[in-house]
Design a binder for this molecule. Sequence first.
Ligand SMILES: [Zn+2]
Length: 273
Amino acid sequence: MQRIIDVHVHLSERRDDALNRFAQRNGLRYTLDDLLGTMRKHKIVRGLLLSPPLQGGKPLPNDEVIRLCKKSGGMLAPVITVEPTTREVNSAVKLAEENRKAVKAFKVRLGYVKASAESHVFDRVYDYAQAEGLPVLFHTGDTAFSTGDLTRSHPLTLDALANKREELTIVLCHFGNPWFEDVAELIYKHPNVYTDISGLITGGPYREKYAEWVSRKISEAVYFAAGAEKILFGTDYPVSGHTDTLALVRRLEVDERDKEKILRLNAELVFGL
Ligand SMILES: [Zn+2]
């Protein structure tokens, strides 16, 4: 089995973590030990750690993400979540500067915050990310809570930003689910736009049919984009489990070499891992 990189992992070890309900549903212990053990079992050598939302909607503070990464002994690397206020933007950049070697990306929670990708409040983060060669991850598509704002998390809202900032590496999380075709067009059109396959597999009565549908959508996006160079493996642990997400990749009707790119090679290039 080959080595794998997971570009989308959550963890807090806190009781007020709003993803605890997903962990329960998936039968996961959702602790650092559990996560690292499962990663090793599946030959996942690195993971990028993102703040989970806490009850009340705020994300886990970034310094706790950095602390958990330090505890992981190099298996997890931090992604700094940026909220749309000048204060939060400044402190996110400061934290990234202080942890320059460790921090691998920024994350903007489109659909959960009252700002769009083009809101000027993010300009300083984009400038810094661009200068440092750090990608910015954007939540796109369906939101985990019914109060999410889909007009702001729609993947096409990233088209204008990608036009304006050709030097900024943009990653659309969750393949814009359910707007797979829009994301296929964006990764085809823009040299600087990528996507991840995290958080796509869930339960439900049509679990098997749904997994087939998702895998067909991703395979078709590979055909449309004429390759898998822009697609990254991510689980969104604990929202989706490792076994299910790896099964999704196995199911894709694409060349083995493209699966290898999705599972590791693309992430090495995009995040400099
Ligand atoms: Zn996530």
